[in-house]
Write a protein that binds this ligand. Structure first.
Ligand code: ZN
Length: 305
């Protein structure tokens, strides 16, 4: 075992008691083995032991943020971008929600290459990013979007002169080392009528159960906590939030990449097969998510009164 790993108590309730649930590999890059445990007290699934914060950068390879990057080269990505705009994904749903509260000022934590920020800026929103990756941060700033460098908790004093109508964590929340502290920071930054948007894997989904340790949503060791509806609800509640909406999201790549991890020797589907599965599955999820579910939860939360 990697001797740099650190054992931790439950990141939500601080209980030191847990039992092993999965022993699984980093199928995306390193092939190192990691363990997921369940807290005996609150039921939270989390990676334990985990890679310490100062070493986790070694597990984010240069293409990790690619799925957030729309305008890069590559035929596959261009075709995907075209279809995605036709098939109205997460961005359109988010837009509807933002319009419903007449949001103007939006913060995205962990924007990666900034696709969502660029989209919202074009529509006239005042957008801000907070990004740990220097390359991504610079790219966002080059587009005249303010972007803080670092962990939200470390830059909160610089940001806190502002209040935001919406704070977004799009496939970021499961990467946080101190989720409760981060939510406390969000609570300070969010206006009283503001909305918090989370999109993250659902470890209790049918998809997660089908694939078990091969499920893409585990994404070890980068995903530190593996939430499901009841544990994310508790995490939000402790931090002064309540859930307004919790729905399965459209995210076909999670299912398809899990097939790659499970059945392909190089852990990847050939590009053509990937595309052949991606759009029919996306269509199916778009039409029937309530019925068939997906591996992802999309949550809208508000401050408790
Ligand atoms: Zn716990």
């Amino acid at each position: 075992m990697n001797e740099d790993l650190e054992y931790i108590n439950c990141p939500v309730c601080n209980s030191p008691h847990w039992e092993k649930v999965y022993v699984a590999k980093d199928y995306l890059y390193s092939l190192e083995v990691f363990t997921v445990v369940r807290c005996n007290s609150c039921g939270l699934l989390y990676t334990n032991p985990r890679v310490p914060q100062d070493k986790i950068g070694d597990y984010y390879f240069h293409d990790y943020f690619q799925y957030k990057k729309k305008d890069s080269a590559g035929i596959l990505r261009n075709i995907k971008a075209k279809f995605n705009s036709i098939l109205r994904g997460y961005q359109q749903k988010l837009l509807k929600e933002l319009e419903s509260i007449s949001a103007k000022n939006v913060l995205e934590v962990g924007p990666g290459y900034g696709e969502l920020l660029f989209f919202l800026k074009k529509l006239g929103f005042r957008v801000t990013g907070c990004e740990k990756d220097r390359g991504c941060m610079e790219r966002i700033r080059q587009s005249n979007i303010p972007c803080y460098l670092g962990d939200l908790n470390d830059v909160i004093d610089e940001i806190s002169s502002e209040k935001f109508d919406a704070v977004i964590f799009h496939h970021v929340f499961e990467h946080l080392y101190v989720p409760i502290r981060t939510l406390n920071s969000v609570h300070k930054l969010l206006s009283d009528d503001g909305k918090l948007f989370l999109a993250l894997p659902n470890s209790a989904s049918i998809e997660a159960k089908i694939f078990g340790k091969y499920w893409k949503g585990l994404d070890l060791p980068r995903h530190l906590v593996h939430y499901e509806a009841k544990t994310i609800e508790k995490t939000l509640c402790i931090s002064g939030f309540k859930i307004k909406q919790l729905n399965a999201g459209v995210f076909p790549s999670s299912f398809i990449e899990s097939i790659g991890f499970r059945f392909f020797e190089n852990r990847k589907l050939p590009k053509l097969l990937y595309l052949t599965l991606y759009y029919p599955l996306k269509l199916l999820q778009l039409m029937f998510t309530r019925l068939i579910g997906s591996g992802v939860m999309e949550i809208v939360a508000v401050k408790k009164r």
